[in-house]
Design a protein around this ligand. Structure first.
Ligand SMILES: [Zn+2]
Ligand SMILES: [Zn+2]
Length: 495
């Protein structure tokens, strides 16, 4: 199958009854991408039998009808002729997945959903053959960004696995085992293809292949073919989307440089398949805390009178949030249902309890019964022993220690912190101390005014997350050091 198309045909205007060699190239292109069928041609789209049936080498009525369909779908002037504008689009590098004209979009959204979707809503992806252009770690970076982009807006949770992948990702050249029609074509033209979710396509269902003849890069502006852009598009196919006719959409078939952000059309498309996961782009959290007992594996983000919940297993925010603190956290005193200062869980004799601080008072919440213990709020100064005076009138953030620091709690205020011992139920001597001096490796902005702190769980066990403004930093309890590469934005990485 020839897919290096029409490269010789410059300014021209071919129509009905033309019979130059370019007509054959035009028909090869239209049949390759699902707009036309030729005698004996392999099926490329489900609607194969309904496609116009052309005579090779002749610009006949069927060829004209296919050109009209192509022009209509791609919003070109509908002339039925191979004119310079149509040719210019056909010559652009593109995705190898056929366009499926049978499913013409209509209405305000123009995405097209494929006929299959994942029934396993946590499909795993794995790179089984990389490229010399980039390290495997870098390719995984692009795949992570691509799948996370889709999963942040819809209720699907694709994630990286190290075996038993649903979505097998590989780089290949030429005919690479999925049929002559799907053979890659050297530099340019077809860049990649993604297969729809099962049962479509048998063993290949859900798989993603990149043409390794391209020069794949990740820098901006791109110096080669931008892997992040193509991965985002092909990931859309592997999750069940077809090509969109919206020229700015990620699911538009043609490559035009870096395009790493989903458009409204793409988002409407993936939500039509899996349902909505709302983005809640909140910053400046009042408090955060990891769940325990029946709520283990969840992270809670409090702001004002509302909160969000994060799922550490999916590494995605749970759908259906924000919710009201007053409605969901039972028996809290009224002034603890908005603008809390800090939240952290107890250990030792206090395990299973959540402490919520606000101003000079605190309440104790029981994770197992999911309600506030009776008798609260109480005075911080009276119940938390040996705290420095200015820590008894309000703190910024708090977290319970993990790993080598289990059995301790850390309370932050301004540029200082204290360490509390759960076993003796009092502040360790020698505190407060300087955050900057005692928490090595934290980004400069995180040595004072920390707004919230929370422990990782599941795959993120042993990590401490500190939130400030729109950013967060990560601290490793075992190494007793801030992880490199931070701060990062909360948006995209969490919400
Ligand atoms: Zn595509
Ligand atoms: Zn392939």
């Amino acid at each position: 199958m020839r897919t290096k198309l029409l490269l010789s045909a410059d300014a021209l205007d071919l129509g009905l009854r033309a019979a130059t060699p370019v007509v054959g190239e035009l028909q090869a292109y239209l049949s390759r991408f699902g707009w036309l069928r030729l005698p004996g041609q392999e099926r490329v789209v489900a609607a194969h039998e309904t496609l116009p049936n052309a005579q090779p080498g002749h610009f006949d009525d069927a060829t004209e009808a296919a050109v009209v369909d192509f022009q209509r779908f791609y919003r070109l002037p509908v002339t039925g002729r191979l004119n310079p504008e149509t040719l210019a689009l056909m010559r652009r590098p593109r995705c190898g997945v056929p366009d499926k004209p049978a499913a013409f979009p209509g209405g305000p959204a123009n995405f097209v959903a494929a006929s299959t979707k994942w029934s396993n809503l946590r499909p795993g992806y794995m790179l089984s053959a990389g490229t010399a252009d980039l390290s495997d770690a870098s390719v995984y970076g692009a795949l992570f960004n691509a799948y996370r982009s889709w999963c942040l807006v819809a209720q699907i949770a694709a994630h990286r696995v190290s075996s038993g992948a649903d979505i097998d990702v590989r780089f290949a050249t030429g005919d690479h085992g999925d049929g002559a029609t799907n053979a890659f074509d050297g530099v340019g033209s077809i860049l990649a293809h993604g297969f729809y979710p099962p049962p479509n396509g048998g063993d290949l269902a859900g798989d993603l292949h990149f043409d390794d003849a391209e020069t794949w890069t990740r820098d901006l502006p791109p110096t080669g073919t931008d892997l992040d852009t193509v991965a985002l598009h092909e990931a859309g196919h592997t999750l069940g989307l077809d090509h969109s006719d919206v020229a700015s959409a990620v699911m538009y078939a043609f490559y035009g440089g870096a395009r790493r952000t989903l458009t409204d059309d793409d988002i409407a498309g993936i939500r039509s398949v899996y349902g909505t996961r709302e983005r809640n782009l909140v910053t400046n959290f009042d408090a955060t805390v990891e769940g325990e007992g029946p709520f283990a594996g969840k992270g809670y983000f409090f702001y004002g009178s509302r909160y969000l919940r994060y799922d550490y297993s999916d590494d995605l925010p749970d759908p259906g949030y924000p919710k009201s603190i007053a409605a969901e956290w039972h028996d809290l005193p009224a002034n603890f249902t908005t603008g809390i200062d800090a939240a952290f869980s107890g250990q030792n004799a206090f395990a299973g309890k959540l402490y919520i601080f606000k101003g000079d008072r605190y309440v104790r919440y029981d994770w197992a019964t999911d309600k506030t213990d009776p008798g609260y709020p109480k005075s911080i100064a009276a119940e938390w022993h040996d705290l420095p005076a200015d820590f008894t009138t309000g703190i910024d953030a708090a977290v319970t220690g993990k790993g080598p620091f289990a059995g301790k709690a850390y309370l932050f205020k301004g540029s200082q912190y204290i360490r509390y011992d759960w076993a003796t139920d009092k502040t360790d001597p020698g505190y407060p101390k300087s955050i900057a001096a005692m928490w090595p490796g934290l980004p400069a902005g995180f040595t004072s005014g920390i707004q919230a702190a929370m422990n990782g769980q599941k795959g993120f066990e042993g990590k401490l997350y500190l939130f400030k403004g729109a950013d967060y930093a990560r601290y490793d309890w075992a190494a007793d050091h801030g992880d490199p590469g931070y701060p990062l934005p909360i948006a995209f990485n969490w919400l």
